[in-house]
Write a protein that binds this ligand. Structure first.
Ligand code: ZN
Length: 336
């Protein structure tokens, strides 16, 4: 029994969306457990640092058994997650091959409600990966941030502030209090340009979870990635040479990693699902050819060791110069 190999299932996009929606709870649980486990471990370390008396020794034993149990729980969830991911093409063909992105980060990324019908610039805004924001006000007086200048848009920009809350009471206490998806819709007037972060009193347009996830991903890639680590280090050094402070250079280089990774994820997912897509007019990733994005398939070749990068600038130059040639030829050049 059970020796027959399961045939690999491939889900349709809408089935996949449904599944991921369902598994979002799993990703949330995993994060909650991990957070608790890290907090317990930190407390343990603190106890050790202070030196132990009898009472603390007892506390340590209890704590460390809790840490072990939590770790077991995490492992159990990861096992389920790996099973889920097996049937997801974007995981098998892209995420799984990227060094520095494990099943937990993959699930986290995939459980975000990415809309494949939207443009990459919308995805960037959704993940808070824009250089500036505009502090705006709608005609009804709502304060809101926008990723672009509403005055420079052909179409009228409508206020996205949610105006209705759904409340349920039971026995005098509120059991449900959440925003309903009814938006204000009043025209937005221009405010002032500001750095991309939260501004007191203003509604944000990005999804905090998407933003946090991209930050976690770029941190992991900068530390233990392959291609993306090279890319990160290249930009970090460049920013340092421009006399940026180290924390500032690190943050900017990580942001660059996040944007490039998201673009590859976007590209790959559309291609794998056979959907057409448009890339923004200008890309800022390549020094020699700023309007061109490094192809995600080339990145996979780097990840899998088919292409070695000795010098990032050289690599970038070669990719850019072969721009007009067909892809196969370009890949041959890169293999040499
Ligand atoms: Zn409004």
């Amino acid at each position: 029994m059970g020796r027959a190999k399961k045939t690999q299932k491939t889900l349709t996009l809408s089935q996949l969306k449904q599944k991921l929606f369902y598994y979002r709870a799993l990703a949330d649980t995993y994060e909650a457990i991990q957070k608790l486990r890290i907090a317990c471990s930190n407390r343990l370390t603190a106890i050790h640092k202070l030196g132990l008396d009898e009472e603390e020794k007892l506390r340590e034993r209890t704590l460390s058994s809790i840490v072990d149990e939590l770790l077991e729980q995490e492992k159990r969830i990861i096992k389920i997650v790996k099973e889920i991911l097996k049937e997801i093409p974007i995981y098998n063909e892209f995420l799984k091959k990227i060094k520095g992105i494990g099943p937990a980060l993959s699930l986290r990324l995939l459980s975000i409600n990415w809309d494949l019908n939207k443009k990459l610039s919308d995805w960037n805004a959704y993940a808070g990966l824009v250089p500036y924001v505009y502090k705006c006000k709608c005609q009804k007086g709502h304060k809101l941030l926008l990723p672009y200048n509403p005055e420079k848009r052909k179409e009228e920009i409508k206020c996205y502030v949610i105006t209705e809350r759904e409340k349920k009471k039971k026995g005098g206490s509120i059991i449900l209090d959440r925003e309903k998806m009814k938006r204000c819709g009043a025209p937005v007037r221009i405010g002032e340009i500001a750095p991309c972060r939260k501004h007191s009193g203003y509604k944000i347009f990005w999804n905090p979870k998407a933003k946090k996830t991209l930050w976690l991903i770029s941190t992991s890639l900068a530390k233990s990635g392959k291609f993306y680590k090279i890319f990160y280090e290249y930009w970090r050094e460049k920013y340092l040479k421009e006399k940026l402070s180290l924390p500032h250079a690190v943050a900017r280089a990580k942001r660059k990693v996040a944007k490039l990774f998201l673009a590859h994820f976007y590209e790959a997912w559309h291609e794998i699902e056979g959907m057409s897509y448009e890339l923004p007019y200008q890309f800022e990733y390549l020094k020699h050819s700023p309007d061109r994005l490094l192809d995600w398939k080339i990145i996979i070749k780097v990840e899998e060791g088919e292409i070695e990068i000795e010098d990032f600038e050289e690599f970038e130059k070669e990719v850019s110069e072969s721009k007009s040639e067909d892809k196969e030829k370009m890949e041959k050049v890169l293999k040499k």
